[in-house]
Design a protein around this ligand. Sequence first.
Ligand code: IPE
Ligand code: IPE
Ligand code: MG
Length: 249
Amino acid sequence: MTSYKDKIDPERLPQHVAIIMDGNGRWAKQHGKHRVFGHKNGVVSVREAAEAAAELGIPYLTLYAFSTENWSRPKTEVNALMRLLLQTIKDEVATMNKNNIRLNAIGDLQSLPQRNYMHLMKAIEQTSSNNRMTLTLALSYSSRWELTMVARRIAEDVVAGRCTPEEINQECMGKYLTTSSLPDPELLIRTSGEFRVSNFMLWQIAYAELYFTNKFWPEFRREDLYKALVDFQCRERRFGKTSEQLIKK
Ligand code: IPE
Ligand code: IPE
Ligand code: MG
């Protein structure tokens, strides 16, 4: 069987792929299991996506793992997700080091349970010299939270005389974002057949190519990533220009 992998042009890979990992609960229900069973199986997909992206040479992969709004879920589910996160971070450090993957996190990390926060920081530190791919987890993240923080910090800097309102431009905005060290995502994937962005990187995805698949996240495998990449490479990214203006290489 031919793989979509063979159709990928290694010279035209997106530098940053972001994924809204959705559908764990529905997948579990389909299998007559509790939602947490779906989250547990979702970890397998995280591993698959991370390894496939790193092997291909994609330098940045960002996974939306827990939104600010997800705190409103039933306490039992939130607790199970936090336990699973803690266990996964602990278990995966060795594999990340083996695969030369650097862990990074964005979001209101201080709002995580203290043990999660500590182990997350430790894992980030333990993988900090890896340079094959940066794997960013968006945890307790939402774009409106992030943009509100940006507004607050800019206001503080103006009040303190560190910059003037005239100096605030798009480039400067980027420096205040939690993603300041990452390029903007070029490809955004969402699983589970939902066509929305659910408060994810609203600033950063301004020109991202959006890709939706009906697969539930626990079903997502390497081949699904390859398929999304092939689709991405078939798109014409015009950035407001006309087709004719684009310089054909
Ligand atoms: C995604 O799957 C995981 C998180 C948001 C934490 P869901 O838990 O949202 O699964 P569905 O969308 O209810 O099926
Ligand atoms: C988006 O999924 C958040 C994550 C994948 C972490 P949700 O399941 O929370 O999104 P909605 O509620 O369907 O928009
Ligand atoms: Mg969902």
